[in-house]
Design a protein around this ligand. Structure first.
Ligand code: GRF
Length: 201
């Protein structure tokens, strides 16, 4: 049987990537076919190499436009024929060309309960606003920043005033949430239809 093929885009530590590696390394259904990073020093590249997953460093600074960089990623990605492209701490805004090409097959994890706290620095902003709850969201990517249709969320009570500690707690949530949503997408229990998330659970 052909496995459901996922490609992961990263820019940094890759702890979410690690949670996917751990979840799917012996899976009969899901294959983690490649990792792409726009940062050479991203520790996620090391994680990919330890797990024997093909990885590629594509330096955005070598391209004179966002579109040109995205075209380079598309060329690399299409080689793997991914069923799903997973953004896991990928710190670049994607061009409309990229997003339109993979719409419905492109997801992101964001460290907040969207639509609250789009953008960066979410943990500090949540603490500053004295929110009772914080969490993580997995969503399909569209042409808006952190604004695409939501697949699933997970939340906790905020019990610290320290953004670093809160970040750790949210990472733990993410490491459960992302693999489980990806499993559901691979089994067609979650999919996008006419711009809406359908859940067949
Ligand atoms: C995560 O918090 C994720 O929600 C955000 O970027 C962070 C990546 O962390 N998009 P890591 O590189 O997976 O450890």
């Amino acid at each position: 049987m052909t496995k459901f093929n996922i490609a992961v885009l990263i820019s940094g530590n890759g702890s979410n990537l690690q949670s996917l590696i751990d979840e799917f390394k012996s899976s009969q259904l899901v294959n983690l076919s490649c990792v792409i990073s726009n940062k050479q020093e991203a520790y996620g590249l090391e994680r990919a190499s330890i797990a024997n997953i093909n990885s590629h460093f594509i330096d955005h600074k070598e391209y004179n436009s966002r579109e040109a960089f995205d075209e380079a990623m598309i060329m690399q990605l299409d080689h793997y024929k991914p069923d799903l492209i997973v953004l896991a701490g990928f710190m670049r805004i994607l061009s409309d060309t990229f997003v339109d090409k993979y719409m419905g097959r492109l997801i992101n994890i964001h460290p907040s309960l969207l639509p609250k706290y789009k953008g960066l620095d979410t943990h500090k902003r949540v603490i500053d606003a004295q929110e009772e709850y914080h969490g993580a969201t997995v969503h399909y990517v569209d042409n808006t920043l952190d604004g695409g249709p939501i697949c699933a969320q997970s939340s906790i009570k905020v019990t610290t005033n320290n953004p670093k500690e809160l970040q750790k707690d949210i990472h733990k949530l993410e490491h459960e949430l992302y693999p489980s949503v990806i499993r559901d997408i691979s089994e067609q229990k979650i999919y996008l239809s006419e711009g809406k998330v359908i859940k067949n659970k």
